[in-house]
Design a protein around this ligand. Structure first.
Ligand code: ADP
Ligand code: MG
Length: 406
């Protein structure tokens, strides 16, 4: 599809061109910042009066995502609309998409919202996944192949940051695990031994042209992203090339428009010394593992979210520095000497002064008013001249703040 470009600034009838985003979390906030830098006005739909994006947007429509009046306001205000989280009801996107350019499309969101459909899509694209089975009935649970155990039972919908998942050691544990997940539709995946995890961000325009960022190497702790490292040699180059190629195939087959992140596992493979790649899941939006692009690339993932949505000529992004990204979870506001582990103690301020004294560190806080454990409050990007320097600084920053990397 070709979409007429939506240009920033004042329109012929004296109005400011406005871009909209469904969802007001940190990803929406960084989209808003990128759009505003170029001169767009922004509108955010999010029910939370204190949403990070809503707090800084020109317009904040505070309502439920399916509220008809709110959707009508979004359409009235916005020349084009994107989203920042995959669980925006696809009905809302269908409504908006009937009247305004919406990227990604409701159809793409519906696939990304459902692990069963997502995995079927990977199969269509010829990209291998972990062995898995779909579980919707007790009979399907009984019929599980032994080779899927030990496995991870994951709800088909609404999981994130490791939530909606239960590890299952043996067959006898299956029924309890499914009951724990309220017996909703699930997939059971074999638990793989991971050599590492990586992800690729694709930006794809209305005309089908696509560009990718370098492959990100990711470290998760307790199912949540803790660190991303991006530099030449972070992965064997053939694997990295394969990951970029697979990510593009997945985006093209979806006729995806916007920013798509594809997450992969690298697993041991007797046939390949470097291991082989399996796709894990997709995120139909900018991704936590791409935050380093704001400081280490000439165009960030949020810039390209704006470019793709607005139908601007799509530049190939260039990374100009090795980078490490460290997530700042709410735990950092709690864990300090004298407070028992797990206690809900009064929050402290992490030692930003010490961290900001390190070379090449940039602090990004998302403007969340309350810290809680596991909540993504911000991130650090560390850039520098050499990989060694960047890694050493990241290690110092992690130690100063008490960030767990394993
Ligand atoms: P989420 O939607 O919560 O990100 P994921 O499916 O990506 O869910 O799982 C979160 C993390 O759990 C992964 O990044 C990985 O570290 C681990 N994990 C998930 N599935 C598997 C698997 N089949 N084998 C081994 N580890 C897994
Ligand atoms: Mg994931």
């Amino acid at each position: 599809m070709n979409q007429k470009a939506v240009l920033p600034g004042t329109t012929a009838n004296g109005q400011q061109t406005t871009l909209g985003v469904m969802g007001g979390g940190q990803l929406g906030r960084m989209f808003v910042q990128a759009a505003q830098r170029m001169g767009y006005f922004t509108a955010v739909l999010d029910p939370d009066p204190a949403s990070p994006a809503g707090l800084i947007s020109h317009f904040h429509i505070q309502a439920d995502y399916l509220d008809e009046q709110a959707l009508a306001q979004m359409m009235q205000r916005c020349a084009a609309i994107s989203t920042e989280f995959e669980n925006v009801p696809s009905g809302a996107m269908f409504t908006l998409g009937a009247h305004r350019p919406v990227a990604p499309s409701a159809q793409c969101l519906a696939i990304a919202q459902d692990r069963i459909r997502e995995k079927a899509h990977f199969k269509t694209c010829g990209v291998p996944t972990a062995p898995y089975a779909v579980i919707k009935t007790p009979e399907q649970l009984d019929a599980i192949d032994d080779t899927l155990l030990p496995g991870i039972l994951k709800t088909a919908q609404l999981g994130y940051d490791g939530k909606g998942q239960v590890r299952v050691q043996e067959r006898a544990d299956l029924a309890a695990a499914w009951a724990q997940l309220k017996s909703v539709p699930c997939v059971l995946e074999r638990q793989l031994e991971l050599l590492c995890e990586c992800s690729v961000i694709v930006a794809r325009g209305w005309d089908g042209a696509a560009v990718t960022y370098p492959v990100q190497r990711n470290v998760h702790v307790d199912g949540i992203l803790a660190m991303t490292e991006v530099f030449d040699g972070n992965l064997p180059s053939a694997l990295a090339e394969q990951a970029r190629h697979a990510a593009c195939a997945i985006a093209h087959e979806l006729e995806y428009v916007g920013i798509l992140c594809v997450e992969f596992f690298v697993i041991a493979d007797p046939a390949h010394a470097d291991g082989s790649l399996v796709v894990n899941e997709i995120a139909p939006r900018p991704h936590n593992s791409g935050h380093y692009t704001m400081d280490a690339c000439d165009y960030s993932q949020f810039d390209l979210q704006v470019y793709t949505l607005a139908g601007l000529p799509l530049p190939a992004p260039r990374q100009h520095s090795p980078a490490v990204m460290l997530n700042l979870l709410g735990d950092l506001w709690f864990s300090h000497p004298g407070v028992a582990a797990g206690a809900d103690a009064p929050a402290k301020t992490p030692d930003w002064l010490a961290v900001l004294a390190l070379p090449g560190v940039r602090l990004h806080l998302y403007g969340k008013l309350r810290a809680s454990r596991g909540r993504k409050m911000g991130h650090l990007t560390i850039t520098g001249d050499t990989v060694q320097q960047v890694q050493a600084t990241a290690a110092s920053a992690a130690e100063l703040l008490g960030i767990r990397l394993a």
